[in-house]
Write a protein that binds this ligand. Structure first.
Ligand SMILES: Cc1cc2nc3c(=O)[nH]c(=O)nc-3n(C[C@H](O)[C@H](O)[C@H](O)COP(=O)(O)OP(=O)(O)OC[C@H]3O[C@@H](n4cnc5c(N)ncnc54)[C@H](O)[C@@H]3O)c2cc1C
Length: 297
């Protein structure tokens, strides 16, 4: 019997596990190994780790965590979990069943990109979603925003902070009002209504349906996010955010299912390593306190 099983062994999950093993609690981390930023060569904006590769940050954190004797780690996926008495029976994708008093979901989210040729190949390099993570590296060049929904207006108003000039490609996804066009013009954003047929070139130039091309130094696009199926199987309530569903939690990261906590991108709309790590620490402490104050173990 573990005290806590953490589904997802990336930034949020490891931060949660660290608090728990330092309180000498038995923790199993199960990780499917598909971190959201696995497409990027470098990670930016995390204090003390700025510019390092995501793999190196993860490897260092995992090595430090593995020094604690109460930590167990399994590669794989949590396939299902059911309440069993005061705890949970957790089924892994290799068929093993393990028990814990508490569960932490640090399962992240999956990104669905718009179906435009050339976009996926550049994802995490010259195509990105977060200007705080990648905007600086585009060197104040000419930047684009490919509309994917209402959120893209907000994106287009923000991106000029990192650009010499900005082009918003509405691509049939945004119907702008006169007032929104004025807001964009005031931010030096040009609006391009012709459909985007391809992203090409060394950076992220855009080809339009009418044959014109627009040279860019970087392109931002909002993705559609999806939760791991485990979230629905457990019955955790989600809220519909502008990019997709986000797990609802209270101030100590407990979900609507008692004993199940959630942290990181799965449980917040704004995504970054710093925020996922902070959230993970909070979920770890929340789970620990619930063990102590609910008199479980
Ligand atoms: C291309 C790109 C670049 C980025 N660059 C930056 C950057 O430079 N700086 C920055 O701060 N942020 C960046 N981000 C955001 C950052 O990647 C996320 O905020 C961060 O990864 C969230 O951490 P997490 O632990 O919540 O989830 P993730 O890192 O996504 O990890 C979730 C883990 O859970 C595993 N998992 C899922 N379901 C299960 C299951 N059922 N059982 C077991 N394991 C499971 C997954 O395989 C994965 O290993 C970037 C994002 C993208 C898409």
């Amino acid at each position: 019997m573990f005290d806590v099983i953490v589904a997802g062994g990336s930034y949020a999950g490891m931060a949660a596990a660290l608090q728990l093993v330092r309180a000498r609690r038995k923790v199993l981390v199960v990780d499917a190994g598909r971190r959201r930023n696995r497409f990027a060569k470098a990670s930016h904006g995390l204090l003390g780790q700025d510019g390092r590769s995501p793999d190196a940050i993860h490897a260092d954190a995992k090595a430090q965590l593995s020094n604690y004797p109460d930590l167990s780690w399994r590669e794989g996926r949590v396939a299902a979990a059911e309440r069993e008495g005061d705890g949970f029976a957790v089924r892994l994708d290799d068929g093993a069943v393990v028990q814990a008093w508490r569960l932490i979901l640090a399962t992240g989210v999956s990104d669905r990109l718009p179906d435009v040729p050339g976009l996926a190949e550049r994802w995490g390099d010259t195509v990105a979603s977060c200007p705080y993570c990648h905007g600086y590296e585009f060197g104040r060049g000419r930047l684009g925003v490919l509309a994917a929904g209402e959120l893209s207006l907000h994106h287009a108003l923000l991106v000029p902070e990192w650009a010499s000039s900005t082009v918003l490609f509405t691509n049939g996804m945004l119907d702008l009002t006169g007032q929104q066009r004025e807001q964009l013009a005031a931010r030096n954003v040009t609006v391009e209504a012709a459909a985007v047929t391809e992203v090409f070139g060394d950076k992220a130039s855009v080809r339009l349906r009418d044959g014109r091309t627009v040279a860019l130094d970087g392109l931002f696009v909002a993705t559609r996010i999806e939760q791991d199926p485990l979230v629905a199987k457990l019955g955790c309530a989600t809220s519909e955010g502008p990019m997709g569903p986000v797990i609802q939690t209270d101030e100590v990261k407990m979900t609507t299912v008692p004993g199940v906590f959630a942290c990181g991108d799965a449980a917040r709309m704004m995504a970054s390593l710093s925020l996922a790590i902070g959230d993970g620490a909070l979920a770890g402490i929340g789970a620990h306190r619930s063990l102590v104050f609910d008199g479980i173990a």
